[in-house]
Design a protein around this ligand. Structure first.
Ligand SMILES: CC(C)=CCC/C(C)=C/CC/C(C)=C/CC/C(C)=C/[C@@H]1[C@@H](COP(=O)(O)OP(=O)(O)O)[C@]1(C)CC/C=C(\C)CC/C=C(\C)CCC=C(C)C
Ligand SMILES: [Mn+2]
Length: 405
């Protein structure tokens, strides 16, 4: 089987992709329709914008002030954090529920998780190795979430993407609801069903990821960063919100639950912005421009310049700004990693350091992300692992900037 992309310890050292997927290993087949789309209900809690580029209010096309994407997403963050706090108060234990054992089988659920582990090992090798440091329950749960995310992404990015319609995504969402109701469709779904029964994982980020796939079907341009931010939340920030309830916050952390979720969200956004900057040429060849149109215009650039793929001084200046913003999100994320439970820190640090290095490589390529794919060399990847480990043994700070007041 030809594995196209693996994470870090890849047979192909030119790989820069953390979560690459094999062309030949299809993980699908969905059925049954339903419609639900995510919506945001204002919490009334004003978020103080963390980034100069973001604000609580933005002007819409008609010039009216409307709630920003950052504010909408922050409401989801608050909801997720509240769920975890409730779970902690009721003192439910993560590691108690036994596997479903049916007559004639040793453990169907055990097999389902093993399969999720195999998928992770195959497509995200180093990430898989990192999960081996986690407790068995947490490790299996992260594998199950990883596989669901991968399958969801495959719907719009895989070889069958041209056949994917909004109806197919509605069916996938219906199937997701069944997972959360304890009625899985296949064995990979069964693993996730078990995970969401054991950990305080909410359905909202999963639904929002599907919403991101819908966005990809209907939209190929982003007017401004506010629109792009929402897309990045849908397809990647959601992964952070799904993972934290499983990874756990360190018992000695003084950070607020909301602040850790916010850092997790920031890591997802940072990863996705980096992914977009790495893939400008590849996306343009598919007719897609995931760059804020207003910022392109301010830099004196048009879509045509991107399709022409010529590195000019205008492009370099534009790219410097985009890279700076992605790094700000990585900086924001860093504050939260130390607050995670000790065994979860290493894989997260590794993922952060490795993905952030893609930005350095874009610079090293003199901003030619049209025809040169930025990748982190194998020696650099290998070097990142002990650095990540050293960072991961730092305990939560007693004077954390995320600490409760
Ligand atoms: C330790 C760790 C990284 C855990 C996350 C495990 C997990 C559940 C990963 C799922 C990733 C996935 C398959 C997402 C589907 C959508 C997608 C493909 C998003 C892009 C990933 C990169 O993929 P790739 O390079 O393969 O891109 P192409 O499809 O080829 O273009 C993304 C860029 C986003 C991935 C986002 C994350 C991994 C979020 C990480 C955040 C956390 C784990 C929270 C950490 C907690 C704190 C407090 C910082
Ligand atoms: Mn991409």
């Amino acid at each position: 089987m030809s594995v196209a992309l693996l994470w870090v310890i890849s047979p192909n050292s030119e790989v820069s992709n953390c979560f690459g997927f094999s062309e030949s290993n299809r993980l699908f087949d969905s059925s049954k329709p339903i419609t639900i789309s995510s919506c945001f209900v204002g919490s009334g809690l004003e978020k103080k914008p963390k980034f100069p580029v973001l604000a609580s209010l933005v002007a819409n096309a008609a010039g009216e002030m409307t709630v920003s994407s950052e504010q909408k997403v922050y409401d989801v963050v608050l909801k997720q954090a509240a769920l975890v706090k409730k779970h902690l108060k009721t003192g439910e234990d993560y590691d108690v529920k036994p596997d479903i054992v049916l007559p004639g089988t040793l453990s169907l659920l055990g097999e389902a998780y093993d399969r999720c582990g195999e998928v992770c090992a195959e497509y995200a090798k180093t990430f898989y190795l990192g999960t081996m440091l986690m407790t068995p329950e947490r490790r299996k749960a992260i594998w199950a979430i990883y596989v669901w995310c991968r399958r969801t992404d495959e719907l719009v990015d895989g070889p069958n993407a041209s056949h994917i319609t909004p109806t197919a995504l509605d069916r996938w969402e219906s199937r997701l609801e069944d997972i959360f109701r304890g009625r899985p469709f296949d064995m990979l779904d069964a693993a996730l069903s078990d995970t969401v029964a054991k950990f305080p994982v909410d359905i909202q980020p999963f639904k929002d990821m599907i919403e991101g796939m819908r966005m990809d079907l209907r939209k190929s341009r982003y007017k401004n960063f506010d629109e792009l931010y929402l897309y990045c939340y849908y397809v990647a920030g959601t992964v952070g919100l799904m993972s934290v309830p499983v990874m756990g916050i360190a018992p000695d952390s003084l950070a607020t639950t909301e602040s850790v979720y916010n850092a997790a969200l920031a890591l997802g956004i940072a990863n996705q912005l980096t992914n977009i900057l790495r893939d400008v040429g590849e996306d343009a060849r598919r007719g897609r421009v995931y760059l804020p149109q207003d910022e392109l215009a301010q830099a004196g650039l048009l879509d045509e310049d991107i399709f022409a793929g010529k590195v000019t001084d205008k492009w370099r200046i534009f790219m410097k700004h985009q890279i700076k913003r992605a790094r700000m999100f990585f900086d924001e994320a860093e504050k939260g990693v130390t607050e995670l439970s000790s065994a979860s820190r290493w894989p997260v640090w590794a993922s952060l350091l490795l993905y952030r290095q893609i930005l350095d490589e874009i610079e090293a390529n003199d901003y030619n992300n049209f025809t040169r794919r930025a990748y982190v060399s194998k020696p650099k990847k290998v070097l990142a692992l002990p650095i990540a480990y050293a960072k991961s043994i730092v305990a939560p700070s007693r004077t954390s900037s995320l600490a409760k007041a």
